[in-house]
Design a protein around this ligand. Sequence first.
Ligand code: FES
Ligand code: CO
Length: 349
Amino acid sequence: DDAPAKASPACHNRLSRPRNCSYADGDWEILAKFWFPVARAEDIGDKPLAARLLDVKLVIYRTTDGINVARDLCPHRGAPLSMGWVEEDEIVCPYHGLRFASDGRCVRIPAQPNVVPSDRFRATILPSVERYGLVWTCLDAQSPEPVIPEFPEWSDPAFQTILCPPVGMNAAPGRQVEGFIDVAHFAWIHHEAFADRENSVVPLYQTKSTDFGFRSIYVSDVSNFPKALHHLEPEGFIWHRTFDVHPPFIAFLKVDFPDDGVLRIMNIATPVSARETILYVPLVRNFDKTGSLDDVYAFNAQIFAEDQAIVEAQCPEDLPLDMEDEAHFAADRSSVAYRKALREMGLTG
Ligand code: FES
Ligand code: CO
């Protein structure tokens, strides 16, 4: 179900830092080189959809060739193309009816139908690709091929693929990702979903750097079953959780279940702005494949809501990258590695 990347030269546009940018100097330029999802593919229909990435307004729409991502800005008078519509595979600006082909070329100015529109009337189309049920784009792509972490289980028939509804948070993406890899909060924030306040000790675990970032393997008896199913857990079962962190804002969690069950979750914190995040969570499992998806959505929604309440309230809003800025204990090994990785990318917050 993965469409090939649209990588024609005309699509190989690069944007520069927007006005009213919420990022510290230099951070925008670093983050703009990364690919992020901006919508679920299933949510893109006839009607153009508005989105935002790194403070840049985007429009996403479907043609018979697939999905296009463009800057949500008509080159004529700056009307948002997301207020327009798609006709014969061209996006139509609602203000004066200019029409744009999939390469951004303006093909018609209705007020002057005999004029061939000049290149100044070109809309900015960005490179895009569908992967893991999501539409990915990049504001400053360094290569025509998308750079997106591999998720091999997504196309493995042994696994069921599940895409949870996206969750918008008024929080910095770094705070969200750090919360996802934080193993000391289970007993406190998630004591109703799956963990226990009486089981709050975090056994020491290892973190090692990898070519993509770093990996932490956390071994404990903290169950991953929803509370209502704890009676199904085999006596004395030890849970292995493997976190693969791809800085800046993507992390995987693989959980080994009883009977060779595997659950692998991809946590993608799309940076809408410095302090706004949309969380996309494609996940796979090789068990319960005929079980109710509503239960999966509900369980994940509960966990996301529990995390959201905290990450939206943390102060400062930006993830502090200086070691001295907050206090750390040994169980924070992953968080410390994450902050270091962001620092090494040259980010300041
Ligand atoms: Fe888009 Fe004039 S502003 S056609
Ligand atoms: Co959590």
